[in-house]
Write a protein that binds this ligand. Structure first.
Ligand code: HEC
Ligand code: HEC
Length: 240
């Protein structure tokens, strides 16, 4: 009797052990990871970026980061600066802890590495050389005025056909311009937004030169008014 119960007990604990074994690894992978220790790209992107930049980097209210042309246009140092410090005056927040955000430098680097791995493609421009990423700064007042004038004509020739009327975003509206920086306009004009149908700088009716891009951005920038800038930002449920 005694022996039999020991055998039964042994079998029971073996069965329990077997059942437990099946569960053990799952419990291990679900263990709590403190937020500042997360370095998985998808986890970081979905928690912090997806609300504005869209699922899988497309079709969000802000810039499609998954556009391979954008990935080719922007270098690592620029991505690190923008993600860490945000784009002041816009809804792009600063993410680095050193700038008041929630991410460590290692996490910012993990996001950049992940974007490169998932969203860049070799040679997306083929033979073409795109205009430089950054809007040239420091133009004197005279050049600035010339750029704005030139930009207005170019806008009529290259953009107005698609962007006037009610069907599309009214780019010349000061309210729209108050929410978007010159750099974001420039990035979109050069790299396009394939997710929403915006062409890149190689338009059907003629490729824009680097100077054309600069002039169009200068023109749109000149339409931004201080009153619109003080308008309340559109609320976006994103962080926290
Ligand atoms: C062939 C048509 C077409 C042309 C030409 C075109 N766009 Fe667009 N653009 C679109 C479409 C479609 C969208 C996405 C829908 C929308 O925003 O209305 C878009 C969106 C944009 C956006 C993003 C708007 C947003 O939602 O924040 C910007 C900025 C923009 N275009 C700038 C320009 C500029 C500047 C030019 C001229 C250099 C231009 N586009 C020429 C079709 C065009
Ligand atoms: C609250 C909305 C919001 C969130 C969240 C957000 N962004 Fe942005 N982001 C924007 C907007 C809006 C812009 C364009 C800003 C402008 O007008 O210059 C932008 C711009 C950018 C740009 C620069 C685009 C360019 O023109 O070069 C990068 C890169 C970027 N975001 C990456 C990220 C990453 C990575 C995350 C997550 C860690 C993130 N963003 C989270 C709204 C957001």
């Amino acid at each position: 009797m005694r022996l039999r119960s020991t055998v039964a007990g042994g079998l029971l604990s073996l069965a329990l052990l077997a059942a437990g074994c099946g569960r053990l690894p799952v419990e291990q992978t679900e263990r709590y990871v403190p937020p500042d220790q997360v370095t998985d790209f998808h986890a970081l992107y979905n928690t912090n970026c997806r609300a504005c930049h869209g699922p899988a980097g497309e079709n969000g209210p802000a810039m499609d980061l998954a556009n391979p042309e954008y990935q080719a246009l922007v270098d690592d140092a620029t991505l690190r600066r923008i993600i860490s410090n945000g784009m002041p005056g816009t809804q792009m927040p600063a993410w680095a802890q050193s700038a008041g955000g929630m991410l460590t430098d290692a996490q910012v680097n993990a996001i950049i590495e992940g974007m490169r791995k998932e969203w860049s493609k070799p040679n997306p421009f083929q033979e073409a050389t795109p205009p430089a990423y950054e809007q040239p700064s420091g133009a004197d007042a005279k050049t600035q005025t010339a750029d704005v004038k030139q930009g207005q004509q170019l806008y009529q020739a290259h953009c107005a056909s698609c962007h006037s009327g009610h069907a599309r975003q009214e780019l010349t509206s000061p309210i729209y311009l108050a929410l978007i920086s010159d750099q974001a306009l420039r990035s979109i004009i050069i790299a396009g937004r394939p997710d929403i149908g915006q062409p890149d700088w190689r338009h059907d009716n003629g490729q824009l030169s680097p100077q054309d891009v600069t002039s169009i951005v200068a023109y749109l920038s000149s339409l931004r008014t201080n009153t619109a800038i003080s308008a309340p930002p559109v609320p976006l449920s994103s962080r926290r």
